[in-house]
Design a protein. Sequence first.
Length: 95
Amino acid sequence: MQTDARRQSPALEALASGQYGDPFALLGIHEVDGVRSVTTLQPQAEVVWLLDRNGNELARMEQVHDGGVFMAPLSGRYRHYRLRVQEPGGHRYDI
């Protein structure tokens, strides 16, 4: 989904380090490179899955920055979503 240039984006670097002035301009549902996508910041996560509102897995999110920024496409038919986060050691929880 992402190019190396996107991974090294100054905006993602600032977001991951807590220095981005408007984090919700990047987080949540937004169009990214022409694709409706969900972006989340989960620095404690090893893996993040995108779920529908009923907890069904839609996608394993791609880690687009080593600081814990994850992204996945979201079909236009979905307005609500949840996340399943897995930490190192295997502990999982939904948010």
